[in-house]
Design a protein around this ligand. Structure first.
Ligand SMILES: NC(=O)c1ccc[n+]([C@@H]2O[C@H](COP(=O)([O-])OP(=O)(O)OC[C@H]3O[C@@H](n4cnc5c(N)ncnc54)[C@H](O)[C@@H]3O)[C@@H](O)[C@H]2O)c1
Length: 433
């Protein structure tokens, strides 16, 4: 099948590369000329394990290519995936201008029957609006709109796309459902359910999914803060909770809050959608509030420990919002680093893959290091912010010899307090001491 993908970011590229690998003929479109030039050379503008190899292999086979030509993109595909960004507006609602601009282009250039598949995360009602945009602009259009939200995780995106828990398709006609089944032949296995539903239900499933995971994280973070106050150990509490099969241990690690391009914006967008329908989503507002406060937690703790931070050196291990990605959007590290700089501290940073992204955010206001050892020298404290494997087994004894003061702020609870203390360090965790 001929498939066009609008938006060559995380979701668009993974979708394009994986569908090309299943034998489809794929054309990826983006409005960012730098990204397209890079992609045409077989390079990607972010780090995602296995993706570059998949793209290069399928480029060599002639199954995937890249363009900025919107008209060619619309003409090429029997199905057109809409994978453009849906960032937050100032009021938390989703900015749908990119999604609608693709719908406008499809209305303008599409000939004959085609399906426009919204894979971007969009509020309930968006497929309907896209359909109205197309009908208004081109009343004779035969384009059908489908909602097909994506559940992949950055850091494991290729695996997640090829081994999803479920495939959700919201459509109006049997023809569109049948076409989507054809697109995903090869992705579907006996154990992967395909849920065929209405536009609005499909759109809602994605928000409910992300909001629930965000809620789990904010819940355990709130429990951690109570543990901190009363001297309990949240790691043991969450371990015990996770043993209850009704709860499960996933997304139950206390830390300094969730980040990334999805959870924060999606929770806020669902709150805004609810508000626009006259419903106050107070639980989800609290999830967001707990998360915002959690990102400031270590800043409070470091001020409590040291008093003035002015002129002190601090080391940040990990900048990306989670391991195995270079994505720093809404990362907890950004809030902490900005807070430390505002207090007059000198900040040294190290991340295995997100240094270029950090440079775009902080310019020359922080010191960039190429190793953990370099990052901790002359420092008053280590902040473990992203739980990269590389940071799990650092040699605290030898790192301590290079430091001014020996304090570890463990923002992801990856270290054992007793072992760290044995190496002469003070340990400050999230809901554990
Ligand atoms: N990143 C994830 O892990 C993830 C997972 C599931 C769903 N999503 C959702 O998928 C959507 C895309 O997310 P992303 O992380 O891939 O975003 P991204 O910012 O990495 O990529 C979006 C791309 O769309 C391009 N674009 C914007 N307008 C365009 C247009 N008119 N035509 C062609 N290209 C255009 C941008 O230049 C950019 O390259 C969002 O709605 C997001 O919430 C993301």
């Amino acid at each position: 099948m001929k498939i066009t993908i609008f938006g060559s970011g995380y979701v668009g590229l993974v979708t394009g590369a994986c569908l090309a690998n299943l034998g489809h003929s794929v054309l990826c479109v983006d409005i960012d000329s730098a990204k397209i030039s890079q992609l045409q050379e077989g390079a990607i503008h972010f780090y995602e394990p296995g993706l570059k190899e998949l793209i290069v292999r399928n480029m060599d086979k002639g199954r995937i290519r890249f363009t900025m030509d919107v008209k060619e993109g619309v003409s090429f595909g029997d199905v057109i995936f809409n994978c453009v960004g849906t960032p937050s507006n100032g009021d938390g609602s989703a900015d749908l201008s990119y999604v609608f601009s693709v719908a406008e282009s499809v209305a303008e250039f599409a000939q004959g029957y085609k399906v426009l598949i919204n894979k971007s995360t969009v509020p309930p009602g968006t497929a309907k609006k896209c359909s109205e945009i197309i009908c208004t602009k081109n009343p004779l259009s035969q384009v059908e709109v489908v909602s097909n939200p994506e559940f992949l995780k950055e850091g494991a995106a290729v695996h997640d796309f090829t081994h999803p828990d479920k495939i959700v398709v919201g459509a109006k006609t049997d023809t569109a459902f049948a076409l989507l089944r054809k697109v995903y032949t090869g992705r579907v296995r006996t154990y992967i359910p395909v849920l065929e539903t209405s536009w609005e239900t499909a759109e809602m499933i994605k928000y409910a999914n992300n909001s629930f995971l965000s809620t789990k994280i904010s819940f355990i973070n709130e429990i951690a803060n109570i543990c901190d106050a009363i001297g309990a150990d949240v790691k043991v509490v969450s371990q015990a909770m996770g043993m209850d099969y009704r709860i499960s241990p996933k997304f139950l690690n206390a830390g300094i809050g969730y980040g990334g391009s999805c959870f924060p914006k999606d929770v806020r967008a669902l709150v805004a959608t609810a508000t626009s329908c006259g419903y106050d989503a107070s639980l989800l507002r609290s999830v967001d509030l707990v998360n915002t406060k959690q990102k400031l937690l270590l800043l409070d703790k470091v001020v409590t420990r040291f008093g003035s931070l002015s002129g002190r050196v601090f080391s940040i291990l990990g900048i990306s919002f989670k391991p195995k990605t270079s994505d720093v959007r809404e990362a907890a590290s950004l809030v902490l680093i900005k807070g430390l700089l505002d207090e007059g501290a000198i900040v040294k940073v190290y991340d295995p893959v997100a240094m270029d992204e950090a440079q775009k955010v902080f310019g020359d206001s922080v010191i960039y290091c190429s190793s953990v050892v370099e990052c901790v020298s002359d420092s008053s404290a280590i902040f473990l912010i992203t739980e990269w494997d590389e940071f799990r087994n650092v040699n605290f004894r030898s790192l301590g010899e290079k430091m001014k003061d020996k304090v570890v702020f463990d923002g992801r609870n990856i270290y054992e307090p007793e072992l760290v203390k044995e190496e002469g360090f003070e340990y400050v965790g999230i809901g554990r001491r």
